[in-house]
Design a protein around this ligand. Structure first.
Ligand code: IPM
Ligand code: MG
Length: 359
């Protein structure tokens, strides 16, 4: 198989972990007889510095002709929260590609349980799959700022908007994952307060009843779920939720895994011809405090390669092999400095070990 991959490494630790992802991809290609042609492009703060635009036209062209996209991280204190921000590059990219579902697996390795503040006996057996809606809700609704009346000062608005169609497609995707796993789906909303959540619950109930009668669905309010997730993480399997709740809950879920640097993600959509559009990135940010020092673990980026092999190219065997090898290396005790203060592996040495062990 031959595929064209857009590589957007972005800011902070983005370039160093993405470099390891690209090296791993070429190792996979050599082992399994595939050719991955990588094309680099700018995004985020790096793109602002070079062009003034967090998602330049040249980058849009590169991702548009790619079969899949690998991304590092965007953002950093250098660019602040002004009118032009690195994060606009990522949100714009998700909108451009139409990647409406963000799949974030959270696997807890017993060997890493000591990294989590949650007790090992509660963590044992945790294996979650979050499906976060990614192109709707408050992140994409109309924004405004106007002068308020009667001494209010400025009034700001972020409209939270969801359509039945947007809810239906992401719930369907989550339900398909649930069908292939435990047969259970948890839908998280705030239906006791928000109108968008009441629609979310109605649509979810209908889709599950009509199309997935074999999958059990449970609705949980987001405030309660944020507590239960830590108290009894093994009670859940596939979790579907809207954009803002999913952003927050997946960072919280990273605490179960021990470090946000360990988690991969796949942002998925569908082209007009029915093929999968995929954007693959670790869920961590740019971690400017440790950037450029070889301290960042590349696990989230490497596991994102596995998700790409699986979801964009159907290379299940290669994906399984990458995951087993990364977990094997962690189980054998390889640690970078971001995970433990005495972590002896640099980002590059960790990536090399994974490539050496990949059979
Ligand atoms: C994430 C990140 C992004 C988001 C930021 C960088 C825009 O936090 O992927 O979770 O909020 O979606
Ligand atoms: Mg986030």
């Amino acid at each position: 198989m031959k595929a064209r991959i857009a590589v957007l490494s972005g800011d902070g630790i983005g370039p160093e972990v993405t470099y390891e992802a690209v090296q791993l991809l070429s190792r996979v290609g050599a082992l399994y007889g595939h050719e991955f042609v990588c094309e680099e492009a700018l995004i985020g703060g790096a793109a602002i510095d070079a062009t003034g635009d967090p998602l330049p036209r040249a980058t849009q062209a590169v991702v548009s002709r790619a079969d899949a996209v690998v991304l590092g991280a965007v953002g950093g204190p250098k660019w602040g929260t002004g009118t032009v921000r690195p994060e606009q590059g990522l949100l714009g990219l998700r909108a451009l590609l139409g990647t409406f579902a963000n799949v974030r697996p959270v696997t807890v390795l017993p060997a890493l349980a000591e990294l989590s503040p949650v007790r090992a006996d509660r963590l044992a057996g945790t294996d979650l799959l979050f499906v976060r809606e990614l192109t709707g809700g408050a992140y994409f609704g109309a924004k405004s700022r106007e002068q308020g009346h009667n001494g209010q000062g400025i009034v700001a608005t972020d409209a939270m908007v969801y359509s039945e169609a947007e809810i239906t497609r992401v719930v369907r995707m989550a339900a398909r994952f649930a069908r292939g796993r435990s047969g259970r789906l948890t839908s998280v909303d705030k239906a006791n307060v928000l109108e968008t959540s009441r629609l979310w619950r109605e649509v979810t109930t209908r889709v599950m009843r009509d199309e997935f009668p074999d999958v059990a669905v449970e609705h949980v309010l987001v405030d309660s779920f944020s507590m239960l997730l830590i108290q009894r993480p093994t009670a859940y399997d596939v979790v579907v939720t809207e954009n803002l709740f999913g952003d927050i809950l997946t960072d919280e879920a990273a605490v179960l895994a021990g470090s946000i640097g360990l988690l991969p993600s796949a942002s998925l959509g569908e082209r007009a011809d029915g093929s999968v559009v995929g954007l693959y990135e670790p869920i961590h940010g740019s971690a400017p405090d440790i950037a450029g020092q070889g301290k960042a673990n590349p696990v989230g980026a490497l596991l994102s390669v596995a998700l790409m092999l699986r979801h964009s190219f159907g290379l299940e065997k290669a994906a399984d092999a990458v995951e087993a090898t990364v977990y094997g290396v962690l189980n054998a005790g390889a640690r970078t400095a971001d995970l433990t203060t005495n972590g002896a592996f640099t980002t590059a040495a960790f990536g090399q070990l994974v490539r050496d062990r990949l059979a």
